[in-house]
Design a protein around this ligand. Structure first.
Ligand code: DHB
Ligand code: MG
Length: 217
């Protein structure tokens, strides 16, 4: 298998299982037009987030790392009309793009965008989240996991993105701070008794990567 096959097969899976989605496609177009990086989750992964949130009956979702709001919309759709998504974004320009995308997708009333660094915003949030999606600067993964453990209720699901890009986690002595942050997060998920975790490697549109899933004690 080649990366080209992975991408083409991922597109086929998205065609078959996710389908044409004008609001999400407009979100990606607006994100691209605004010059934001194309590092949002793949369509099949966005739908996985949506299914996981619905599986757990999530009504309060926290996202760390909004970017243009693509995964936020998937999560906001899952929580239902009475549900709420709090999403934290460090860059005000990204937040403005996300606000417009989320509103245009018709789920604006469900989404509260907090602009600021996670380290500043997280201590201001009210605990009791059902699902927490961590998809921000990898250097802060352990900080975000610690806050996720404090802000999620027992049994809450934590999803940690980008745990294995190109197998880079094999390089324990890497000088890349993203690799070190990713490894530190995975070690914490394995060692800290507040988490019961696993991880899945993925291949697809975004190449070779992966996601960790943890239930909170
Ligand atoms: C990067 C970040 C992400 O969350 C992602 O899914 C892909 C890439 C990055 O910082 O390069
Ligand atoms: Mg990511």
């Amino acid at each position: 298998p080649t990366p080209q096959n992975w991408a083409a097969a991922d597109e086929l899976l998205a065609d078959l299982l996710v389908g044409h989605d004008p609001a999400l496609e407009a979100t990606l177009a607006a994100q691209h037009a605004a010059g934001l990086p194309a590092i949002e989750v793949a369509p099949v992964s966005g739908k996985l987030l949506n299914l996981l949130a619905r599986l757990g009956g999530a009504r309060r979702v926290l996202e760390i790392g909004t970017l243009g709001g693509y995964s936020t919309i998937w999560l906001a759709r899952a929580v239902g009309e009475a549900g709420r998504v709090v999403t934290i974004e460090a860059e005000a320009q990204n937040a403005a793009v996300a606000r417009a995308n989320i509103d245009a997708a018709g789920v604006g009333e469900r989404v509260d965008i907090r602009i600021g660094r996670g380290a500043e915003v997280l201590p201001t949030l009210v605990p009791g989240f059902d699902l927490i999606f961590i998809d921000a600067d990898k250097e802060s993964n352990t900080l975000y996991l610690d806050w996720a453990a404090k802000l999620g209720h027992p049994g809450a699901l934590i999803v940690l993105d980008n745990i294995g890009r190109d197998g880079e986690i094999l390089h324990a002595d890497s000088t890349d701070s993203k690799v070190q942050g990713t490894l530190a997060g995975l070690r914490m998920l394995g060692e800290d008794p507040r988490f019961d975790a696993t991880a899945l490697q993925t291949v697809g549109l975004k190449g070779w990567d992966g996601v960790a899933l943890a239930l909170l004690a």
